[in-house]
Design a protein around this ligand. Sequence first.
Ligand code: GDP
Length: 339
Amino acid sequence: MELLVAVVVGLVVVGLVLGVVLSRRRPAPGRTSPAPGRGGVATGDRQTAATTAPPRTPGPGLAGRIRSAFGSTVQDPWSELEGLLIGADVGPSTSARIVGDVRARYGQGEDPSALVGEEIRSILGASSSLELPTEGLGVVLVVGVNGSGKTTTIGKLAARLSSQGKRVSIANSDTFRAAASEQLGVWAERAGAHLVRQERGADPGAVAFDAVQAARARGSDVLIVDTAGRLHTKQPLMEELKKVRRVIEKAVGRSPDETLLVLDATTGQNGIAQALAFTEAVEVTGVALTKLDGTAKGGVVLAVRDQLGVPVKVVGTGESVGDLEPFDSEAFAARLLGG
Ligand code: GDP
């Protein structure tokens, strides 16, 4: 009996030790870099991938799955194809368009995945990057809903431009979010950028106007203007953004060189609906698609290009300062199709 008790106790102890060891070895789910949140800034720069972040779809890529659907005895491979596209976050209307176009071109014995690939490449078009003047002050107006990653993207962009030898100023035209203002200050300091801000509640247009003057006086090469992002359905926000844009136009003598819409990839189609309101109000020239490192599937990039009519110019692939990449259409299409 004593021997039996000793064996049972022994087994329990071994089990506990193994449990502890194994749980320590398993990384925390979904966390790849330190999160600055609102209170601090991540310190570790992660190595950035050479190409645009891949969609995180396990198993065979889209092309493989499409071939399987058409090779099997599925009743209706076309609706299967539509389902695969929607499942990859392409969105219902762009998925339906792709299926319609491929179906119209498809001939017996052809590889449907190759045709889908052609459609994807044609929607994405050539890669386009941020376009800033080589002389004088370049202005980047940044818009997007709160939480989309505006502050973080501005910080990363400022750091990237600084590392290229540019003198960067940042204006905080969102004069109501105290926490965001603080966070922007931390990012600005880190990027060696100058932050222009005024007291809480100041007129956002006036901040933008002063910022242009201040950036010029300091000899800055680029001014990045942050804006408010409270809910898009509130009409006054869109009016406020239009005004900030008009003020910049007046102060600089031309439209902002880039009007960047920051869009959270994990919000999928919902985010696109919101984004339409911004594109109507302020003539967006490019999208910064954030959080492509998380659970977001790559297809949302296609929906953005197709439904908003503007190119994705940069993608956010994490919370650290180095996690911003130029968007590469060809690499992205290859990764989406190949998995
Ligand atoms: P804002 O309200 O639009 O200014 O959004 P923030 O810049 O404060 O970002 C909101 C949250 O998203 C923060 O926790 C950021 O660290 C996080 N975030 C921003 N960009 C990315 C990204 O590309 N990847 C990941 N994983 N998180 C991001």
